[in-house]
Design a protein around this ligand. Sequence first.
Ligand code: TXA
Ligand code: MG
Length: 315
Amino acid sequence: MSKVGTSIETASSILKNNGLVAIPTETVYGLAGNGLNPISVLKIFSAKKRPSFDPLIIHSSKDKIFNWVSYVPDKAQLLADKFWPGPLTLVLPKADIIPYETTSGLDTVGVRVPRHSLTLELLSQLDFPLAAPSANPFSYISPTTAQHVIDQLGNEVDYVLDGGSCNVGIESTIVGFEKGQPVIYRLGGLSIEEIESVIGKVELQINYSSNPKAPGMAKVHYAPQKPLVLVDDFSEAVDDAHTAYVLFNEQLEIDSNRQFFLSKSDNYFEAAAQLYALLRYLDISEFSKIVVKRLPDISLGTAINDRLLRAATKS
Ligand code: TXA
Ligand code: MG
């Protein structure tokens, strides 16, 4: 059997037997297993070398997703109606059936309905949710193609469901509720502006410490192996012939072979969709350093800056 393909039947039969399948979503590829089965869940943690205290989110179809939680606040329902399927994860009190291993012992669970036709078809055939973190080794750049998954976790997965390139390209935005009020824990593919247009002002609790409350928001994350330097202005960077520049759209007066554009047409959605593939490409290129300029903090620029800050080399 080939490891990569588009067979929902193969994916579904592996998952029913507690194996691991990489699944395409609109954000990034997920490393999926049966979210109700501790054995599958422990395989996910081990494949990614993910610390056991970092909870997984679960994926299901829109008609089943709230079977896995015990309470849905009104504002969560509004967001679900508006943005699912889509790049939004809601953290809600978990249903009893969700095992300890999936949520790392928390009494809440992250739930999401991804917007990808192959994965939605797969989810419609399963009577259990899929626990799925991003399909990358812990702390490396998330995968946005089937090949990215094979490159790093090819030996760990039983099958990769190939759904092409992820069209959003950065992870879902995570929204939880504290004392009934919505809180954004992770910026992502759904902008703050879009969320606030539906439920009003939302508090941001984005964690940059190395021992955060929401464990997976660790400061070093999404990082290439090569040094990545994040600047407000390119004049801050020390230039040499081995440096690659990642630009949103502006052109620099240096060798064009060293300039890489996120979106020449000034489009934040295109920039997000390009980001991880470009960082992976530069990480295996001949360049020894990557310099990136912060994007304006609007639309998905805010979430892209969040990822770059975590990926950046600390000095
Ligand atoms: O777009 C996405 O969300 C992708 C695709 C595959 O759906 N998944 C993803 O999963 O990014 P992961 O595990 O790489 O990131 C999920 C984040 C982690 O930082 C984890 O700590 C946090 O969600 N998380 C999960 N459950 C949580 C909970 N109950 N409370 C707070 N944070 C939680
Ligand atoms: Mg991840």
